[in-house]
Design a binder for this molecule. Structure first.
Ligand code: ADP
Ligand code: MN
Ligand code: MN
Ligand code: MN
Ligand code: MN
Length: 335
């Protein structure tokens, strides 16, 4: 007997990478092996030397095919074993390792938008829907669009064993969110990439596109972000560490270093309106949804917990945002 392994990898498309996948049939009991693909078709190689390598790093049950079938997330390597330049997971590994003793946890809020044809799901054929207001966490056919896709996606994430922690309808029609975490940097990012793949794959069955575009509709509509909640053991135990992390993120070149790696089109979303801080001005504050970094109200009361970096775009690479937060905050906390 055999089973199906769906190998999933992140390609080299700029400025926002796409997910790719293909199926390998394996004998029962066989581990998913190292495999290969045509990098010249994924912006990861030139045609004359096109082979690239898929190294399995995270395997989970395939909730779509069921049975013994699996999803296999893979890192992309050169044929000599070096990480491919597009392989951001390889750059996170040593940072996660170096600061492992600080026990970083992440919860990433993945916002996204469904499109049917060229319009967000729920937008009328011509003109615009009623302005923002009733859609966030709404109920009813006039306010909520795509719930059947969202519910199926959630069930599949759970069946795959992903650490999904919740879902909600967002501020614009057709816009939704799911959260992954709390989990360590590699785990939260691996789970988020697989959850993204399951989202595209599930929406595909309904003839709907799911997009991580950070500003999917022009005008007075919220963009789509990936608020990244972050704590270390010291932050979960005391408030000084919370403030140290917030201050570290504002020091010197740090705001720009972070912002330039927080996803394509960041200036278009971080305008200072629509629950964002302006991209070129770092700030932090308690309960403040207009700050770059929010200290949740309960965290100030408890004098411990976590911070929320509100700047990452929906299209951010979770291997990059976790690497930057661990590096900046854990370096400061180490002192
Ligand atoms: P918001 O109130 O901003 O909408 P959400 O409830 O959508 O927040 O998401 C918060 C995320 O933070 C969840 O994924 C949750 O698991 C995660 N989280 C909770 N506690 C911590 C912590 N101590 N460190 C990191 N992440 C955390
Ligand atoms: Mn072929
Ligand atoms: Mn949220
Ligand atoms: Mn949200
Ligand atoms: Mn949030």
């Amino acid at each position: 007997m055999s089973y199906k392994a769906e190998y999933i990898w992140i390609d080299g498309t700029e400025p926002t990478a796409l997910l790719r996948s293909k199926t390998k049939i394996l004998d029962d009991g066989a581990e998913p092996p190292v495999w290969g693909f045509d990098g010249s078709s994924t912006n990861q190689a030139e045609g004359h030397a096109s082979d690239r390598v898929l190294r399995p790093v995270f395997t989970c049950p395939d909730p779509i095919r069921g049975g013994a079938n699996v999803l296999v997330l893979a890192e992309v390597e050169e044929t000599n074993g070096d990480p491919h330049v597009s392989n951001t997971r390889a750059r996170l590994r040593p940072i996660a390792e170096r600061f492992a003793d600080q026990e970083s946890w992440f919860g990433i809020e993945q916002e996204y938008t469904f499109f049917k044809g060229s319009r967000p799901l729920g937008f009328p054929e011509a003109g615009f829907p009623a302005p923002q207001g009733p859609y966030y966490c709404g109920v009813g056919a006039d306010t909520v669009f795509g719930r059947e896709i969202v519910e199926l996606h959630l069930d599949r994430c759970l069946a795959a064993g992903l650490k999904v922690s919740g879902i909600n309808a967002e501020v614009m029609p057709g816009q939704w969110e799911f959260q992954i975490g709390p989990a360590g940097p590699l785990e939260v990012a691996d789970h988020l990439w697989v959850a993204r793949w399951l989202l595209y794959r599930t929406a595909e069955e309904f003839g709907v596109e799911a997009t991580l575009d950070a500003k999917p509709a022009r005008g007075d509509w919220n963009g789509a972000g990936a608020h990244t909640n972050f704590s270390t053991r010291a932050m979960r135990e005391g408030y000084d560490a919370i403030i140290t992390a917030c201050e570290a993120l504002g020091e010197g070149d740090k705001p720009m270093e972070h912002i330039t790696h927080y996803g394509a089109g960041i200036e278009g979303r971080l305008t200072g309106a629509h629950e964002t801080a302006p991209w070129n001005k770092y700030s932090y504050g308690v309960s403040d949804r207009g700050a770059s970094v929010r200290i949740p109200w309960q965290v100030e009361v408890d004098k411990k917990g976590y911070i929320e970096d509100r700047r990452p775009n929906a299209n951010v690479d979770p291997y990059v945002v976790t690497r930057l937060l661990v590096n900046t905050c854990c370096t400061a906390l180490e002192k």
